[in-house]
Design a protein around this ligand. Sequence first.
Ligand code: ATP
Length: 246
Amino acid sequence: MTTIPKSHPRLNSLLIREKLVNGFDNNLVAKEGLLAHGRGEAFDYLIGEKTSKSAKEAIKAAAIMLKNAENSVISVNGNFAALCPKEIIQLAKNTDSKIEVNLFYSTEKRKKAITEILKKSGAKEIFGLNKKSSIKLSGIDSARRIVDKNGIFSADVVLVPLEDGDRTIALKKAKKKIITFDLNPLSRTAQTADITIVDNVIRAMKLLVKESKKSIRGNSKYNNKKNLQVSILEIKKNLERQAKNV
Ligand code: ATP
């Protein structure tokens, strides 16, 4: 473990990076996951490393969607498990959602490491582990299309964090409502999802857990396209502010 001075101006971002690196050393995170995190970090820099107003709106809408779902599933990959295992369990409890381990770069070793950390954090039942109940989504290639028959395959709402565009599109084609966390408001996933939370998952999950404790039911007037436009404008404003200080 590295020692990061408490006074470091980017302490939070370095602590998050350390979680990912530890996750990589413990077989949770794939090499590609580290690269995806790097892309996320760059966008986090642009949004000012804090939760924006538009992200708070998306978080509220996500809590409503999860609480109104018939059969919601939280899809877990290595980065998500390394960054916020406790919040995954808390959110599943608050919203009565299932948890499915679903990996872009799937290996048995990584699946096992992710399962262990989820169980250690309090997960009772985890989907996506039993080959007998796996089924293929159409429209995408390779391991990415394999989902659990009793998990994502039969879900109406799926929370897919830090997801790749092809899979998000395939899930939409399969008529799922999609909630995602993506620091990049321009990614295909961000643009395809029904609710895109443009924030670091480590900050946003804490807020989503808090929001999902409230007894919210009914429809929200949330519009993802409009919200994404606002989040892009928030980045622009932040950059303009910074430009004045150069
Ligand atoms: P797409 O295929 O959707 O166009 P992409 O090619 O950028 O996007 P990936 O690299 O597979 O997709 O996904 C990584 C995404 O996750 C990136 O958009 C990145 O901004 C985002 N991301 C990475 N780390 C985090 C994080 N900690 N919190 C939120 N989003 C993150």
